[in-house]
Every structure is written in C-alpha cells, then in structure tokens.
Design a protein around this ligand. Structure first.
Ligand SMILES: Cc1cc2nc3c(=O)[nH]c(=O)nc-3n(C[C@H](O)[C@H](O)[C@H](O)COP(=O)(O)O)c2cc1C
Length: 213
C-alpha cells in the first residue's frame, strides 16, 4: 500500500450512521479484521480484553435498546462489543507468562523477573485504576480495528453512545471479570447515508502535531 493509498483509506473512513443491511462482509475480509483485534498491541502484552461478536438478531435488538436506539447496532452486518478486564490480578499475569513461555520458548522461571515487574506495576494501581488502564488498552484495539477495516474498504461506526451496564447485563458479563467498554458496528454504508459526503472536520495539522527540535 502506498502512502497515498493509506491517506485515501483514512479519509474515506467515517463513523457510518446508516448501514446497508443487505451487504455482508466477505468471510476472508472478516477473518483478517478479527486478526487485527488479536494482533492489537497492549501494555506488557497483557491483552486485557475480550471481543464479543454478536450474531443473534434478538440480542442485537436488545443491545440497540441500550444504545440510544442507534440503528447501526442492528443494521450493520457485524457488531463487535469490546470488553475489558475489570482488574489485573496475579492470575492474569501468570496466564500471560505461561503463554509467552509456550510461544517464545523461555521457561516460566526465566520469565519470573518480568512477572515481578508487571505485578509491581499493577499493584501500584487501585482496582479502579487497573480497570481504567485496561480500558485504555482496549481502545487501542478499537483504533487498529477501524483503521484495518478502512484499509480493506469496510465501514465501521465506533459506539460509545451505549449503556455499558445494560450491555453487561444483556451479555451475561456481570461477575465475569470483564465489562463493556464500547462497541463497533461493521459493514457497508447505505447509499443514502448523507454523512458519508460531509467534509472531514479536523484541526489543522500544525495545531495537533508539534515538532520539538
Ligand atoms: C470512542 C468513540 C465513540 C463514538 N461513539 C459514537 C456513537 O455512539 N455513535 C456515533 O454515531 N458515532 C460515534 N462516534 C463517532 C464520532 O462521533 C466520530 O468519529 C467523530 O465525529 C469524527 O468523525 P469521523 O469519524 O466520521 O471522521 C464515536 C467515536 C469514538 C472514537
């Protein structure tokens, strides 16, 4: 992909208000977008999230009722709910260290120093701060997911206009150690979505990017 093609894709992306309910994301494209979630970076690699792909029409309808009645929730081909680990406990760290060891071949014992550093880092945070920290990681996955979708010509709408507790209730997350952060509708814009042609409104580049020599 050339730099110009990247810019074109990012300018093409917009928060889609009206999806074409008849248009489905091809399986191979969807598979790549799911990988963009799995491959998202996170602090220490801890991946404090779970992404719920909501297929059921009834569930989507109930979630729409917890989303200011936003039509994207039911009309887009796919809906992903981004959930965040509500805390970061020693068991989470041990699970990650075991995975790291399994994939990269270092023994769990050799990774003990890293485990200690992560635990120290986490213990300096209150449970509320840990939840907040995990939320920040989760939004990185959202950004990567939307950028990847744009590159593949797939429309998205990030959704924070939702009642996260209502989602938690509908999705059986209460007491699970995960809580809803946000959602993202995925599919293709409908021909009559006039917001698609609104000029992108952003501050000028020199107001948001400062180069410090
Ligand atoms: C975290 C987040 C939550 C958002 N929640 C909603 C939402 O609930 N409904 C909606 O229509 N747009 C939502 N948006 C879209 C923003 O309004 C939109 O990205 C912003 O106005 C810039 O426009 P653009 O993305 O079309 O360029 C959200 C965006 C972000 C990043």
């Amino acid at each position: 992909m050339s730099p110009d093609e990247l810019k074109t894709a990012l300018n093409w992306r917009y928060a889609t208000k009206s999806f074409d309910p008849a248009k489905a994301v091809p399986a191979e494209t969807w598979d790549a977008l799911l990988d963009s979630l799995v491959l998202a970076p996170s602090s220490f690699g801890l991946q404090p999230w779970k992404f719920l792909v909501i297929d059921g029409a009834d569930c989507r309808q109930r979630l729409r009722e917890n989303s200011w009645n936003q039509a994207q929730v039911t009309d887009a081909d796919k809906l992903v709910v981004f959930t965040t680990r509500t805390a970061m406990k020693r068991a989470d760290i041990d699970r990650w260290i075991a995975r790291l060891s399994g994939v990269q071949g270092q023994s769990v014992k050799d990774l003990g120093g890293l485990a200690g550093i992560i635990e120290g880092f986490c213990q300096r945070m209150s449970p509320e701060k840990q939840h907040e920290w995990n939320l920040r990681q989760t939004y990185i996955a959202l950004g990567q997911f939307m950028a990847a979708a744009a590159v593949l010509g797939v429309d998205t709408c990030p959704l924070e206009g939702i009642d996260p507790e209502g989602y938690d209730h509908e999705l059986g997350l209460i007491g699970s150690g995960y809580a809803t952060a946000c959602a993202c509708a995925v599919g293709y814009r409908s021909a009559d979505d006039h917001t698609a042609t609104r000029p992108k409104a952003r501050y000028p580049r020199d107001e948001v990017i400062e180069v410090h020599p």
